[in-house]
Ligand binder design. Structure first.
Ligand code: GCB
Length: 525
């Protein structure tokens, strides 16, 4: 099997396979300097991965879309045999559970690599603007493994060169920057600054020459490109850098006809090109963490992102281990992407009915997200109250933005309910319509009543947009969905294994009629 790659698209026999796969390879390793540590890094293994090196079991990771690292010191030798058992089985206790509306790809579908770090190394950093409306302070948190001492954080373009003292492997600093010279990141101005964090050996002073010559770009010198901006929810509005913004978006799955769930920078850039052709500025990365490179490219391209964990439909909300798994996936996602300026919203889930157990579970996740990342917004894609026809979900007390999925005119054919629902609601927070849409097979034409025709999809988009325009509390849209995607639940004669609600066919080329409805609307906005 090629790694990265999902087994489902690499072998016909394995297309529907959902059990375990055993990966084995040998590799040679020789440290380049004394004290070096070796780490095995996995960007994504679906779903459970157990790692064995030279016959020694090193651990198991749960969660199909977040990265993890295995410390192999003491076990690694000059000649090594690595075995990774990846289990893609679905289960009601996992996150997501066994029932989803997307394809269950399995395997080592993202990069796996060996990292060499010094004995003392920088493991984690979080550099962001303090969200107090003054655009004049930057806060940095740094975590170091293997020792204490100091780090020097430098942002040369902003004249920042500051020392942070570490205690028990962690340090925090707040630095003044001149708001006049700070160029704030936005879709129109995707400005990023070169940021470096350099570890000084214990006892060294900042700027001292001692560390300088010894330092290499490995683990005691971090280089990143970070943008600075402020994102806020205020009343019914979303404010980017203090100004009201409308999120002109669309949802997208990580699904490719040839690659499955594996992606490449080219595919990511193509997605962003299609969004921009639609005059959009925002993507909902549904329903699980997408590849790490997505947010990096979005930073560069000026695209705002909603990122999500797969707390989808009827998770085992009463199960402690399921909660631990969900919280761990959330923490791994936030730690991976919190330096990415493009990410403005963490979503703690999608379409779960409002029960006490679910409220406990998801409010716990919302609180955890705020702890790990105080300046970002928290949301979830919720259902509406269908009985009262009202936007109402107890979880919204714990979120900054209310996300709602609605399919009036599709699953519920009575389209008039949408206006009733919106008129009945007076949300105290901004609302994003996180999903709406209709299925259409590309090339299928017919009347506006012919289900699965492009004409029917287009007509519904026109009606949805005309309705949204009347409700100023709607602060953004992410219709379902940019591209058709594989889906084992969808096997009628139009679907043939795909969810056909895409605005673009699964070939990622053929645009359906509704694409131009969104393009025109976003142009006008
Ligand atoms: C939804 C789900 C999404 C589905 C979509 C559909 O509400 O959130 O995952 O794919 O509806 O097409 O039914």
């Amino acid at each position: 099997m090629a790694v990265p790659g999902t087994w489902n698209v690499q072998s016909k026999e394995l297309f529907w396979y959902e059990g375990s796969g055993i990966y084995m390879r040998t590799f040679r390793y020789a440290p380049r300097e004394a004290g070096e540590r070796a780490l095995l890094c996995f960007e994504g293994a679906a779903y459970e991965a157990s790692v064995f090196l030279n016959g020694v079991f090193l651990g198991t990771h749960d969660g199909g879309s977040t990265p993890f690292t295995v410390d192999i010191n003491g076990v690694v030798k000059p000649d090594n045999r690595l075995i990774v058992v990846v289990d893609a089985r679905r289960s009601p206790l996992r996150v997501p559970m066994n029932n989803t509306d997307w394809f269950n790809y399995g395997g080592l579908y993202r990069d796996v690599y060996l990292a060499r770090v010094p004995g003392v190394y920088i493991k984690d950093w979080f550099v962001r603007l303090v969200p107090d409306g003054t655009f004049s302070k930057i806060r940095a948190d740094v975590v170091v493994v293997g020792g204490d001492g100091k780090v020097v954080l430098a942002i040369p373009e902003l004249d920042v060169q500051e020392e942070i003292t570490l205690r028990d492997g962690a340090g925090r600093g707040v630095f003044a920057v001149n708001p006049e010279s700070l160029s704030l990141w936005s879709p129109e101005n995707p400005k990023r600054y070169d940021v470096s964090i350099r570890l000084l050996p214990e006892g060294d002073g900042a700027g001292g020459g001692a560390g300088g010559d010894l330092v290499q770009d490995r683990g005691d010198l971090i280089r990143d490109r970070i943008g600075f901006r402020e994102i806020k929810a205020q009343g019914q509005e979303i404010l980017l850098n203090g100004k009201k913004i409308f999120l002109k978006g669309v949802s997208v799955h990580e699904d490719h006809a040839l690659l499955g769930k594996t992606t490449t920078p080219e595919v990511i850039r193509e997605t962003i090109r299609d969004l921009k052709e639609m005059n959009g500025n925002y993507l909902r990365l549904a329903h699980y963490p997408h590849d790490r490179r997505f947010a990096r490219i979005a930073d560069e391209e000026g695209v705002l992102l909603w990122e999500e964990i797969p707390v989808y439909w009827a998770i085992a909300f009463g199960n402690k281990n399921t909660y631990q798994d969900a919280e761990n996936q959330l923490a791994e996602l936030i730690k991976r992407d919190r330096n990415r300026v493009s990410v403005i919203i963490w979503s703690v889930g999608n379409e779960n009915p409002d029960t006490d157990e679910r409220l406990r579970f998801m409010s716990g996740l919302a609180k955890r997200a705020r702890k790990l990342d105080e300046p970002r917004l928290v949301s979830a894609a919720c259902l509406v109250n269908h009985t009262k026809l009202k936007i109402e979900d107890r979880l919204s007390e714990f979120t900054d933005i209310i996300g709602i999925n609605e399919y009036y005119g599709w699953y519920d054919p009575d389209f008039d309910k949408l206006s009733q629902l919106l008129s009945n609601s007076s949300p105290d927070k901004p609302v994003i319509i996180t999903e709406f849409g209709a299925g259409a097979r590309s090339g299928q034409r017919g009347s506006t009543d012919d289900l699965f025709s492009e004409d029917c999809q287009k007509a519904l988009y026109l009606k949805q947009i005309a309705t949204f325009k009347q409700y100023p509390f709607i602060a953004g849209l992410s219709p379902w969905i940019l591209y058709d995607f594989r889906c084992p639940r969808r096997f009628n004669r139009y679907q043939e294994g795909y969810n056909r609600k895409g605005l673009i066919d699964a070939d990622r080329k053929t645009k359906k009629l509704a694409f131009s409805v969104m393009r025109e609307f976003y142009k006008e906005r």
